[in-house]
Design a protein around this ligand. Sequence first.
Ligand code: GLY
Length: 394
Amino acid sequence: MRKMRLLFFLLVCSSALYGQADMKKLIDENFAFAEKQYRYMMTQNPDPAKMPQSYDQKTGKFDSRNITWWCSGFYPGSLWYIYEQTRSEAIRKEAERALGVIEPNQHFTGNHDLGFMIYCSFGNAYRITGKEAYKAIILNGAQALSTRYRPEIRSIQSWNKNDYFDCPVIIDNLMNLEMMIWATKNGGDSKFREIAVTHANTAIENHFRPDYSSYHVIDYDMSTGKPRRKATWQGAANTSAWARGQAWALYGYTMLYGMTRDPAYLKQAQGIAGFILDHPNLPEDKIPYWDFDAPLQPKAKRDASAGAIMASALLELGQYTSGAEKERYVKDATQMIRSLASDAYRAPYGENGGFLLKHSVGALPLNSEIDVPLVYADYYFLEALKRYKDWYLK
Ligand code: GLY
């Protein structure tokens, strides 16, 4: 009897701790909604050879992109997250179809985005189905990405030389490292992991400011191996903190710690989390403006995609921390999830082109994808729901 009472007490404490008694309902409802909404989206994509990216409310135009666009893995990845929770056969069939379309990407070497393209898609497919053919594709993806490693700068080159940059490495690139470490752990060459940790260590040296905010682009000088310029491409200014960049960095080092247990990565993730969560410009609903230093606040656009990535990353960081620190990460991630799931961000059924979330920003300085749905906002939102369910609903 005493044991039962203790168990009851612990259960009450843990749900009171994060104020999450209704989170199970929220998560179940969101996955059920996602199944319906993505089945609607399947009827909207005008070209099945392209992958859903966004939707323009004003013109009603559905935006789908060629498979070499960096986002092509998110649609199949989201479908697998939905299938995992709902076991909808229609969703699984579409997920498999989409994988077939993007499969050629396993050999793509045109930029660094292989992790997004291959791991978010085939990685989830392999995790859920265990199909060996998917694993082989991920290993090929890691091999393709490794061709972009430049020993001179101890980094994977993000984009090719262009009119603006000689050898650019962007903070987003951290997200591709998960596939590299996974590949080595799963029978691939040991060089994949070596490349990943070397890249991650170089980024700690060059990408961050003393307050743990990060530059978006480091343009390297291949002859000296040193940064020649620290700049932005999608942020408000070279010296500003572009919100999604901070989200990638938080997710990246949290994931790196989880995969390597190197305490330097945990320290980096904690520092980045502090920058984000303590920032005076982080709104009360915890969904950031598109840049922490965006002009025109509080009227600046929010970026739901950054909020979704942060929520997912903070839930993972909660797994590696304890006490008040862990509580804070989980509490703030919960607030992000609640905000995204509210009418303020989540679209009604049959609207928004079938995407779940509204109000993301792709690249404001380029006048591209401003205040629109974006496929990766949905992907990380679904991932955050899954993580919450797996790790915090006991
Ligand atoms: N990786 C590109 C972006 O975050 O927009």
